[in-house]
Design a protein around this ligand. Structure first.
Ligand code: HGY
Ligand code: MN
Ligand code: MN
Length: 416
């Protein structure tokens, strides 16, 4: 990156980083060591107050875009028109873990402060970012899609987290729907995006490798399925005369899993929420609503899986004497990581003496919003037992510090 020799021995201030990480983990914390910071909730907004105070304490200039994403900029570039973005997200899944997202945002702030303290002059500025609603408790990759100018109005009209929850969150945060569509960045102003994240899977730990260099991020599609039958008396309705929406939903869930395991072994499918209505012990459910999500690293396979799952929903509905309504909620394309970023991470890892493993991400990330906008790369560190989206999410502290030092050195190695 810089014309001067790379300060390969520059390291972060690990004690300061630990204090930051622990301060974040205390915001929206849950007893069992997790955090509950759904996008634009009070707890998430509180974490953004922390972000602003921490960034200003580090001498960085803070800005907020129309989607509420928070940026902290270090004017260290010979070309101040462009910046390398480093960051992740401070929002969490409901009852999630304290590492998912927060690690990458705290790491970005620490890297910028370390560069500022070292008085480095780089080709472009550095920016730390906390993207809004990466987790999709409202829309999904909301902040990064808004910055990349590919947020669709339909996603805001019919968001997967529910329209009222989105409107309430926007209001709480002082944001507007119109503002979401004014958050677009000129691609020419972005030199690249680099994110440190926990793997959220078991591969690095099982292989005993400290660092993952992400090759690609998985594509994700979300649907709401509603099976409808006839609510009826649970005691007097003969078993063979029921139009039981719960039965249709259960049949679909079992058949969907079997379809993926047998015919789409590289993919995953999940029904993360199921609501039966009216929802009483003694009523045969007349309505069943499912939150369906499925993923593939390949666009064509994602299309084929979508077709197969929707056909399955129709078949299971017919078999149970039900109707089924299918509501498309959003799609994030699979995204390859940029070779220049992967090489910068690889060079930096070699300088740090860290063995790496190239691996695809089964989790979605903001990088898939940015990958067709600017060179994008991701660094993974091991997750203990591969657990994530759970209060039991954990990464060893030395792995976290390795990750931040690698983020620092990869940012210095990257040639915009
Ligand atoms: O859902 C995901 O894959 C990511 O953690 N948002
Ligand atoms: Mn994440
Ligand atoms: Mn997540």
């Amino acid at each position: 990156m810089p014309s001067i020799p790379l300060p390969k021995d520059l390291r972060i201030n690990a004690a300061r980083f630990l204090a930051d990480f622990e301060a974040l983990a205390a915001i929206g914390s849950t007893q069992d060591g997790g955090v509950n910071r759904p996008a634009l909730s009070e707890a998430h907004l509180q974490s953004r107050v922390w972000f602003r105070e921490r960034a200003e304490r580090a001498g960085l200039v803070v800005s907020v875009d129309g989607a509420g994403s928070h940026f902290a900029r270090l004017a260290c570039g010979q070309n101040p028109e462009r910046s390398l973005l480093l960051g992740s997200h401070l929002d969490s899944v409901p009852m999630g873990g304290r590492f998912d997202g927060a690690l990458g945002v705290a790491a970005a702030l620490e890297v910028l402060e370390t560069v500022r303290e070292a008085g480095l002059h780089l080709p472009v500025d550095l920016e730390a970012v906390d993207f809004t609603d990466e987790e999709g408790t409202l829309v999904g990759l909301l902040g990064s899609a808004a910055l990349a100018n590919h947020l669709q109005p339909a996603e805001i009209q019919n968001p997967r987290g529910g329209r009222q929850r989105l409107l309430d969150g926007l209001q709480r945060a002082g944001l507007s729907e119109a503002g979401l569509f004014q958050a677009g960045r000129d691609p020419a102003s972005l030199a690249g995006y680099l994110e440190l994240h926990i793997e959220q899977g078991p591969r690095l730990e099982r292989k005993g490798i400290p660092v993952g260099v992400v090759t690609a991020i998985v594509g994700i599609v979300s649907y709401r399925l509603v099976f409808e039958g006839r609510a009826n008396h649970a005691g007097t309705t003969p078993m063979d005369e029921r139009c039981d929406a719960g039965l249709g939903a259960a049949g679909f869930m079992l058949a969907a899993r079997q379809l993926v395991v047998q015919s789409f072994p590289e993919c995953v499918v999940n029904v993360g929420a199921l609501k039966l209505e009216p929802g009483a012990f003694n009523i045969v459910p007349g309505r069943a609503e499912l939150a369906l999500e499925f993923r593939s690293a390949d666009q064509q396979t994602l299309d084929q899986l979508q077709q197969a799952l929707l056909a399955l929903a129709e078949r299971e509905a017919r078999a149970a004497g039900l109707s089924v309504t299918v509501v498309f909620l959003g799609r994030h394309e699979p995204a390859p990581m940029h070779p220049a970023m992967r090489q910068a991470i690889g060079r930096a890892a070699a300088d740090l003496g860290l063995v790496t493993l190239d691996l695809p991400s089964g989790a979605g990330h903001d990088g898939q919003s940015l990958a067709n906008l600017c060179p994008t790369g991701m660094i993974f560190i091991p997750s203990q037992a591969g657990i994530s989206h759970s209060p039991h999410e954990f990464s060893a502290w030395h792995d976290c510090v390795n990750g931040v030092n690698l983020l620092l050195q990869a940012a210095l190695n990257f040639n915009p």
